[in-house]
Design a protein around this ligand. Structure first.
Ligand code: 5GP
Length: 362
């Protein structure tokens, strides 16, 4: 386990509101309970419960959003989430979140994203490299994922980029707004678009114009695919051919074949898939088949808060379940650099990070 923590890692599939610390959620719940908005005891049990079916998860997200959706709290959770990932040696993080309008709180999609960015910048415990305007700093990024402070203290260093999620509950116009916001904020660390939200809600045709627009603008796209066996949509998503896919659980033989021939990189979320029933067990998870087929893959957490996991734990689970050796785990982590949405400069720096770590870890 310690070795998996020490391993530099790339996280490509993490939802902001799914990655909030349980301690923070409990604290926020207490505050709302004091104001009489919720009943703390009810909420406490829900937050601390371990089993999460897919429908339960989406009910929980509605609760999380009540707890977290004001500007200051969004800033706080973004800060904590980036600090938590850096603490376990994630050296590159693409964090995704759904920009939210909330009139009652004076929140627009833009102001929500500004609050997220404020939080990332406020992370003092770690050195966050967020904006492209930092590219001069990128050049000077040493090949160690930490920087020296006074004395023996070291500060973890992490690249962070943002993906804007389209929620499946949204209309075509709202989805288009999100894509336009991604374009507007591309110099502020926003780098791509995600399609997520309850997979049994909504129609592919609703989001297609926005996804098509993103494609035309050259914005990289990742799509949640096959969380449920929706044959028509899985086919349409594969035909759309985004830069990456999340989950890919419920594919049939023809769809697996097509995915493999297209070589679309897959964001693998082991714990999440087993907990929500997308995969029958760790042992029977489709990771093994894709890994053996040398399909491009990257291990991810999805919602480390919601599913009580960490990226180090996901690597550990792969070793424990499928018998991967340390060099194989290292290679898996290193290969994920190929699938990041950030530019070649960042890839180059990350390759150096792995080269350096390889001397210590393999
Ligand atoms: P947020 O976008 O609010 O920061 O993060 C929570 C949101 O991410 C949820 O409301 C949901 O739309 C999306 N999400 C988180 N985990 C999953 C997942 O496992 N599957 C899907 N389809 N969406 C998810």
């Amino acid at each position: 386990r310690e070795w998996c923590v020490a391993l530099p890692k790339v996280e490509l599939h993490a939802h902001l509101n799914g990655s909030v610390r349980s301690s923070t959620l409990l604290e926020l719940a207490k505050q709302l309970a004091e104001k009489g908005i919720i009943v703390f005891e009810d909420v406490k049990d829900v937050i601390m419960k371990n089993g999460r079916s897919l429908p339960e998860c989406f009910k929980l997200f509605d609760l999380f959003h009540i707890l977290t959706t004001d500007h200051d709290t969004v800033t706080r959770i973004a800060k904590e989430v980036v600090e938590d990932f850096a603490a376990e040696n994630v050296v590159y993080l693409e964090i995704r979140t759904t920009p939210k309008n909330n009139e009652a709180k004076g929140m627009t999609k833009r102001s929500y994203m500004n609050a997220v960015i404020k939080g990332l910048k406020a992370a003092e415990a770690v050195d966050v490299i967020l904006f492209d305007s930092n590219s001069r700093r990128n050049d000077t990024l040493t090949c160690t994922p930490t920087i020296e402070l006074d004395g023996d203290t070291k500060k973890k260093r992490i690249y962070v980029r943002l993906l804007l999620s389209i929620d499946r509950r949204e209309t075509t116009l709202a989805a288009l707004d999100t894509v336009n916001l991604a374009l507007e904020m591309k110099d502020q660390g926003v780098i791509g678009i995600d399609l997520s939200g309850n997979p049994v809600v909504g129609e592919w045709e609703t989001y297609l114009p926005a996804l098509q627009h993103a494609k035309e603008l050259g914005i990289p796209i990742t799509i949640h695919c096959g969380e449920v066996a929706n044959r028509k949509e899985i086919q349409a998503v594969l035909d759309f051919c985004p830069q990456r896919l999340g989950h890919v659980c419920c594919l049939n033989d023809a769809e697996w074949k097509k995915l493999k021939s297209l070589m679309i990189p897959v964001e693998i979320c082991l714990t999440s898939n087993v907990m929500t029933g997308g995969a029958p067990s760790l042992e029977l998870h489709h990771f093994a088949d894709l890994y053996n087929a040398k399909h491009p893959l990257s291990l991810c957490t999805d919602d480390c808060g919601l599913f009580s996991t960490s990226l180090s734990n996901e690597y550990f689970l792969v070793a424990a379940t499928f018998g991967l050796s340390k060099p194989e785990l290292f290679h898996l982590a290193q290969e994920a650099v190929q699938f990041i949405f950030a530019d070649e400069n960042v890839k180059k720096s990350l390759k150096e990070v792995f080269k350096d770590a390889g001397k210590r870890l393999t």
